[in-house]
Design a protein around this ligand. Sequence first.
Ligand SMILES: Cc1cc2nc3c(=O)[nH]c(=O)nc-3n(C[C@H](O)[C@H](O)[C@H](O)COP(=O)(O)OP(=O)(O)OC[C@H]3O[C@@H](n4cnc5c(N)ncnc54)[C@H](O)[C@@H]3O)c2cc1C
Length: 468
Amino acid sequence: MIMGGVRENGRVTRVAILGGGPGGYEAALVAAQLGGEVTLVDRDGLGGSAVLTDCVPSKTLIATADVMTEAADSGELGVQVGTAVGVDLAAVNSRVRALADAQSSDIAATVEKAGVRVLQGGGRLASGDRVVVTGGDGSTSEFTADVALIATGARPRVMPDAEPDGERILTWEQVYDLDALPERLVVVGSGVTGAEFASAYNALGTDVVLVSSRDRVLPGEDADAALVLEEVFARRGLTVLSRSRAASVRRAGEGVVVTLEGGQTVEGSHCLMAVGSVPNTDGLGLDECGVRLGSGGFIDVDRVSRTSARGVYAAGDCTGVLMLASVAAMQGRIAMWHALGDAVSPLNTAEVSANVFTSPEIATVGWSQASIDAGEIDARTVKLPLDTNPRAKMQGVHHGFVKLFCRPVTGIVVGGVVVAPRASELIFPIALAVKSSLTVDAVAQAFTVYPSVSGSIAEAARQLHRRS
Ligand SMILES: Cc1cc2nc3c(=O)[nH]c(=O)nc-3n(C[C@H](O)[C@H](O)[C@H](O)COP(=O)(O)OP(=O)(O)OC[C@H]3O[C@@H](n4cnc5c(N)ncnc54)[C@H](O)[C@@H]3O)c2cc1C
C-alpha cells in the first residue's frame, strides 16, 4: 500500500518516467507533488513531440494561416488589403522553432523546480525494477524504481514506397525546415493532421491537393462538419481527391510525383505525408517485463493507466487511447494519482473535447452524431447553422453550425459539435455541461453575451427544452 508517496515501510516511492511529453511531464509534476522521488528520462527534449514537432509547431503555423484567412475574407467587411499581403515562410518557421524551444525550456524549468531529476537519454526497463538509460554518447547508467510510467509517444508512419527525404517528401516534423512556400503541395492523408496542414498551406498561399483514400475528408469526425469543410476547401481552390489511395511518392527533378493505386499520377513541388503514427514501444524491454502490447504495437492499459505488468503504467500516444496531448496528460496524472494512493477517477473518453484546427475549426465533445445514429445511445439532437447568428453575420462568418445532443427524458447534455472560427474556445461550455451532467434547461438559463457566437449554444439548448 502506498500513501502520498511514502510506502508502508516508510520509504519514499521511487518513480521512473520514460518520455518527457505531456504524458510524462504532467505525471512527473503530480508524482513530485505527492512526495515521490521522481526520475524522468527523456531522449529528445522536454515537452516531447507535442511541443517540439507536433502540436505546438503546427498550431503556431496555423496562427499565421488564420491571419491570412482573415485578411483574405476581410473585403466584405470593408477592409482594403490590396495585393501586398504575403507570407515570409522562413520568418514564420523561425518563429515556430523559437516558440517550441522556449516552451520546452519553460517545461524543463517547471519540472526541475518541482524537484524532478531529469536524465537525458533513451530509457528501457530491465529486470529487478531497474531502468537502464543510454545517453547520446552511448554510455549507460541505471537506477531502480518502485513504479514506472511509459510515456514514449509515437512517430510518423512511413510508407515503404514514399520515404521522406526531408527536402521534397516531408513528414509533419520536417516542414519547419522549409524556407520558402511550396508552390504546389500534395498532402497525402485526410485525417486531422492532413486536413490541418492542407488548410494552413492553402491559406498561406500554396496550391494544395489533398489525397484522401476515403469518401470525404476527416472520416473520423462529424459528417456534417466534414461537409462544411469540403465546401470551404472547394471555395478556396483547394483540390480534394477523394477515394484516392497513394501507392508511392518519388522525387522527379525539382518536384515530386505521387502515384495513386489506380495508376493516375499527381505532381507537386512537395509532398507532405500524413498517414498516421506508430507507437514508440520497441526496444523498451516491455515484453521481458510482462507488459502486453495490443494491435499495432500500442500498450494495453486500463482506465487508470495500468499495464498488464504490476507497477508499470503507460500514458499517451504509446497507448493509442485517443492521440491527444490533453488525453496523454490526463492519463499520466491518473497513473500517478493511482500509483501514489491519491483520489482518482478513471479516464472517461466520453468527456474529452477535441478540435480540428482547420479554417473553420471543428470542435467536438462527448457522444458523436454517428454513435447516436447507430443507436449506441438514445439522444435528441439539434443543429443550428451559424448564418442566423447575429455576431457571425457581423463578422462575415458564413460557414458553420452548433449541434447539441441530450438524453431524451432527462435533457442531460451528452455531447456537441461547434464548427466556427475559434470553435476550440467555444466548445468549453458544452464540455462543462457534459462533465457536470447539466440539463439543456440549465445551459439555456445561463446568460450569454449579446451578440455572441456562444448565444447559438444557449439557443440550441432552448430548442431542446421539452414541455412536460
Ligand atoms: C501534427 C500534429 C498536431 C497535433 N496537434 C495536437 C493538438 O493541437 N492538440 C492535441 O491535443 N494533440 C495534438 N496532437 C497530438 C499530440 O501531439 C500527442 O497526442 C502528444 O504528443 C502525446 O503526448 P505523449 O506524451 O504521449 O508523447 P510525445 O509528446 O510524443 O512525447 C514522448 C517523448 O518520449 C521520448 N521518448 C521516446 N522514446 C524514449 C525512450 N526510450 N526513453 C526516453 N524518452 C523517450 C520522445 O523523445 C518524446 O520526447 C498533434 C499531433 C500531430 C502529429
